[in-house]
Design a protein around this ligand. Structure first.
Ligand code: SAM
Length: 242
């Protein structure tokens, strides 16, 4: 039985059986190998922009004997794909801004794609906003912790992008930050994430206190406002979790 990290397993859980999958930024090709071996993917394309990781991916595919079903391609983002080749795209283990950039640059290659499974390491809010603005309906989210790091996985389909943001409890901008499904689930890991955001904001405010520059004062006001908002978020989460 093949095993992968909890993070990759969570990503794989959003891929429907027999999908034709592209994993963009595939490094060791662990995800495509896992998807094909478990029957989640009938075929897969592993895309890599850097030669070293592309070579590792090729070696891994060769070693597992899956060369007939996994094609490892060298290229930037979705440029490795031809029209109609895949129905699912996974992009994991990079910043949310880069994920959005890859999707934006490859918009014309998304026509046959029915599902996006995205795992931004940071800037998750940008990814939710990108999905919303480009007609993708966020359908599910997971938050998990592995080796001391918290990860979020977002799964989206073509549909009604407004659907997950229908509640008027917060503005859409705030939902992009919180993650509507993560908020509804209200897990202890989400609480931990926002405690860490609080700590980061506190450190920034403390650093800004030392500066006399007018821009620093403005930034400090902004961050203090964010800190108040995070405290509100934490209060809600603590009440819900108890
Ligand atoms: N997706 C794997 C995972 O989640 O374990 C590997 C993550 S690794 C940190 C990020 C990979 O994305 C690197 O191997 C990097 O070379 C690749 N990458 C970055 N920008 C890319 C792009 N524009 N197109 C394809 N691959 C890219």
């Amino acid at each position: 039985m093949i095993t992968v990290s909890k993070r990759l397993e969570t990503i794989a859980s959003y891929v429907l059986p027999n999908s034709r999958v592209a994993d963009i930024g595939s490094d060791h090709a662990y995800l495509p190998v896992y998807l094909v071996k478990t029957g989640k993917a009938s075929s897969a394309i592993a895309g890599e922009v850097n030669k070293g990781p592309w070579e590792s991916a090729k070696r891994q595919v060769q070693a597992t004997g899956l060369g007939e079903r996994i094609d490892v391609r060298l290229g930037d983002g979705l440029a490795v794909l031809s029209d109609g080749e895949v129905d699912t795209i996974c992009i994991a283990g990079m910043g949310g801004t880069l994920i959005c950039h890859i999707l934006e640059q490859g918009l014309h290659r998304l026509s046959s794609v029915e599902r996006l499974v995205l795992q931004p390491n940071v800037a998750e809010r940008n990814v939710r906003e990108w999905l919303y603005n480009h007609g993708w309906e966020l359908q599910a989210e997971s938050i998990l912790k592995e080796d001391g790091v918290i990860y979020e996985v977002l799964s989206a389909i073509r549909g009604n992008p407004q659907e997950p943001y229908a509640s008027s409890e917060w503005s859409r901008e705030i939902w992009f930050e919180l993650g509507p499904f993560l908020w509804r689930e209200g897990s202890s890991i989400l609480l931990e994430k926002w405690e860490s955001e609080q700590e980061k904001a506190r450190r920034v405010v403390k650093g800004l206190e030392k500066s006399q520059a007018p821009e620093a004062q403005e930034k400090k006001r902004e961050m203090s406002h964010r800190l108040e908002w995070i405290e509100e978020v934490l209060q809600c989460l603590r009440t819900d979790i108890r």
